[in-house]
Write a protein that binds this ligand. Structure first.
Ligand code: PLP
Length: 459
């Protein structure tokens, strides 16, 4: 096997990127208080902040944009998307939304009441926030291996079905209006869920008459992992695998900014007609008329075409291959990373990268800042800045188990040369890691401080 699968496309349109000189990067970093979130994207060379909404669209998608039918009601692009969603996901009804979180907001506003629970392998942060916004309680039941950065379990996104059964018995099925699973498990490192687990989950939930929804953002990447790793699926197409995954569910929420290969869009799909009618009512209130939802006709067309392209096996092999390639290059140089590689991002394990920096001095933030300084590369801190909190009883700081820098790879955007550059930047930092110092906070907001916090190096 060659180490890297060549890009299965050639480039027709280019967007210049520029590496601003090091003295300027240094100045910019000081200006933003060492928080790469606050740097303008034009000053970033390789931007690995997120894979959401950052995909490159194909020539066919752009051609579809020109074929947008902007009629207020009944535009043809809606019917194309409807047909596509039926083919891939198989649900009877869907409503288009401006992005994934709007689909979540509609679902929880109609299906969930205050005090009730929603189970999941791990809720994504917007899912969790939308459940809490209506007074619901999100519950995470991922298998233990999913929380261990060194475990090489092939499906670390699986939900623990024993934990689920005990939980349902404990709180009562009438207090769980729906159960979910997130494919792949974004909050747990983009790790996949097996078909066996989805089937098992369906059986448990159906046994208690609890509807089952899939958070489907990275369904195609998940299907690729099933094909690669799960016995019995090697000869099935990605479409067949996706069909089977969704055949077990009663509906799904989707952010098309991931495996829809578009820059904006999402949908909520379901089989139940009454639920669909309620969803339409909320949609009209918050998003728009049911045949465009929160989007323009042209956006619906780009999603319909993007969803099909995401099923392409050479695309998926290249896509997941990029993550494996970058992880492989880093492991070759002994750089500590989370294993096995997931579907959309590489995670640097900063407690092993910077063992001399205390968690109270934000080692992952320090490393993210150094990545920008060294190479103009932007990743995101997922450690003490994002997750540390003060215990309300003891008043002491509680630090997260994992201190990570996430490098999310946008779809079809960067080439192998870009990844080589990123690998070399990280390896260079690793070689002089003992000279990297921790940070202290000079400003923080009361909530979600990672977006706006400012730092300076410890003296
Ligand atoms: C991105 C994401 C969402 C939310 O979608 P947006 O389009 O960003 O609103 C929900 N769940 C998962 C797993 C995601 O990755």
């Amino acid at each position: 096997m060659p180490k890297m699968i060549p890009e299965p496309f050639r480039i027709k349109v280019v967007e210049p990127i520029k590496l601003v000189p090091r003295p300027e990067r240094e100045k910019l970093l000081v200006e933003v208080g060492y928080n790469p979130f606050l740097i303008r994207s034009e000053h970033i060379y390789i931007d690995l902040l997120t894979d959401s909404g950052t995909s490159a669209m194909s020539d066919r998608q752009w051609a579809g944009i020109m074929e947008g039918d902007e009629a207020y009601a009944g535009c043809r692009n809606f019917f194309h998307l409807d047909e596509t969603i039926r083919d891939i996901f198989g649900f009877n009804y869907f409503v288009p939304t401006h992005q994934g979180r709007a689909a979540e907001k509609i679902l929880f506003s109609i299906a969930l009441r205050a005090g009730q629970y929603v189970t999941n392998n791990m809720h994504f942060d917007t899912t969790q926030a939308n459940i809490e916004a209506v007074g619901g309680r999100p519950v995470n039941l991922v298998i233990d291996e999913g929380l261990d950065p060194t475990s090489r379990h092939p499906f670390k996104g699986n939900l623990d079905l024993d934990k689920l059964t005990s939980f349902i018995e404990e709180v009562g099925a009438e207090n769980i209006p729906l159960g979910m699973i997130t494919v792949t498990n974004n909050s747990g490192g983009g790790q996949p869920v097996s078909m066996e687990n989805i089937r098992g989950l369906k059986d448990v939930l159906a046994g208690y008459d609890i509807p089952f929804f899939i958070d489907a953002c990275r369904f195609a990447e998940n299907a690729h992992f099933i094909k690669q790793r799960e016995p019995g699926y090697a000869d099935k197409t990605i479409l067949e695998i996706a069909n089977e995954m969704f055949s077990y569910a009663d509906g799904c929420t989707m952010s098309a900014k991931k495996d829809g290969l578009v820059n904006i869009g999402g949908f909520l799909a379901m089989n139940d007609e009454e639920l669909y009618q309620s969803a339409c009512n909320q949609l009209i209130l918050w998003e728009g008329f049911p045949t465009y939802g929160g989007l323009a006709g042209r956006d619906l067309e780009a999603i319909a075409r993007g969803l099909r392209e995401a099923l392409d096996e050479s695309y998926l092999a290249y896509r997941v291959g990029q993550i494996e390639y970058l992880v492989g290059r880093l492991l070759e140089a002994q750089v500590p990373v989370v294993e096995p590689p997931g579907g959309h991002a590489v995670y640097l394990d900063v407690r092993r990268f910077l063992p001399h920096v205390l968690q109270s001095q934000f080692p992952a933030q320090a490393l993210a800042a150094q990545l920008y300084l060294e190479g103009g590369v932007r990743g995101v801190e997922m450690g003490s800045v994002m997750f540390a909190h003060r215990d309300s009883e003891t008043g002491r700081m509680v630090y997260p188990d994992l201190e990570l820098v996430r490098l999310a790879i946008p779809r079809r955007v960067y080439t192998q040369t870009h990844l080589d550059y990123v690998a070399e930047t990280i390896i260079e930092l690793y070689q002089r890691r003992d000279r990297i110092q921790g940070m202290e906070i000079v400003y923080e907001a009361p909530f979600l401080r990672h977006f706006t916090a400012r730092f300076k190096p410890v003296s």
